[in-house]
Design a protein around this ligand. Structure first.
Ligand SMILES: NC(=O)c1ccc[n+]([C@@H]2O[C@H](COP(=O)([O-])OP(=O)(O)OC[C@H]3O[C@@H](n4cnc5c(N)ncnc54)[C@H](OP(=O)(O)O)[C@@H]3O)[C@@H](O)[C@H]2O)c1
Length: 291
């Protein structure tokens, strides 16, 4: 395995990547030790002989990005550009993680890597900018678009995982309202991490959509989790996104389809409901180990 630098290694995807790449020589500086926005890459890269640098850091609270576009573009666009160029200058392959929010959500079938982006949010525009600038940095770049990531740790902006939060509500007998008119491809972080490993091993540079197979609404996702975890009778209400009165125009339909894996001999990711089974089994093991 290669020598890998991982930025954002304490997050949802970063935690799964550290587990997946445990046999590699991996360095994952904490955010306090290296800030992608404010710190110069040279100190981190010079003399370390990395083969690949993976960027999982982002400013990705969608509503906050709308209010603070300067921070969104600093982290998701300009910092990615600077880091990608610093890697290219040192012949280090660079991977950055992007999002289904680069699409406008008006499609009637899952978006492939060949479909034209059309982001409607500041977050989506800033992430697309990061993609384009990473591409410009040189041949040895990977852009991995994923969506609706769920793993064992919460996101840094929210501090919880959705499924843990709603299962907690069900356990306490509290009602849950979930958006039923927004469709996406859930992505189990350990499965995304395994696919990323495959891409790195194959040196399959370029753009790849990496999500679990299939699609569902947020309501269907939580409904399946409740049924699988023994809370089929929990109070769960389907609601329209518009009912929240949020002016941010999220993509209402953003499933991603992968068209690159077959030619690379890489296995497609399992379906999202099978991924949910794995997540819940791992969650049960964690709960048992903690009691
Ligand atoms: N979560 C999703 O559903 C989703 C969907 C599509 C795409 N993505 C993309 O996937 C990637 C990973 O997302 P995630 O869910 O794993 O995020 P996450 O859980 O929030 O993790 C982000 C990581 O980046 C670190 N970080 C944040 N800002 C940084 C900075 N300026 N410098 C250095 N490190 C910084 C965080 O450290 P601290 O916590 O210490 O700040 C954390 O380790 C992101 O690019 C995101 O845009 C996520």
């Amino acid at each position: 395995m290669k020598r890998i630098l991982l930025i954002g290694g304490s997050g949802q995807l970063g935690t799964a990547l550290r587990a997946e790449l445990a046999d590699a020589e991996i360095s994952a500086p904490a955010h306090v030790a290296f800030d992608l926005v404010t710190d110069a890459p040279a100190a981190l890269l010079d003399g370390a002989h990395y083969d690949v640098a993976i960027n999982c850091a982002a400013f990705h609270n969608v509503d906050t990005c709308e209010r603070e576009p300067d921070k969104a573009f600093a982290a998701n666009t300009l910092a990615v550009d600077g880091f990608a160029r610093a890697c290219a200058e040192r012949d280090i392959a660079f991977m950055t993680i992007s999002t289904d929010y680069v699409f406008d959500g008006t499609a009637t079938r899952p978006y492939t890597e060949g479909d034209a982006p059309g982001p409607r949010t500041t977050y989506g525009v800033s992430k697309l900018g990061g993609e384009l600038l990473a591409r410009r940095s040189g041949r040895k770049h990977y852009v991995v678009r994923t969506s609706g990531v769920f793993g064992t740790v919460g996101t840094s902006s929210k501090g919880y995982t959705l499924i843990d939060k709603v299962l907690g509500q069900a356990e306490r007998g509290e009602p849950t309202r979930m958006v039923a008119d927004m469709t996406f491809s859930p992505s189990y972080a350990p499965h995304v991490a395994r696919a990323i490993r495959g891409l790195i091993e194959a040196e399959a540079y370029g753009l790849h959509h990496v999500t679990n197979a299939g699609a569902c609404s947020w309501f269907e996702f939580v409904q399946a989790a409740f049924a699988k975890a023994g809370f089929a009778d929990a109070a769960l209400e389907p609601v329209a996104y518009a009912s929240f009165g949020n002016p941010v125009q999220r993509p209402m339909y953003s499933p991603l389809a992968n068209t690159t894996f077959a030619a690379l001999g890489l296995a497609p990711l399992p379906r999202w409901d099978a991924a949910l089974d794995e997540f819940l089994a791992a969650r049960s093991r964690r709960v048992q180990a903690a009691t």
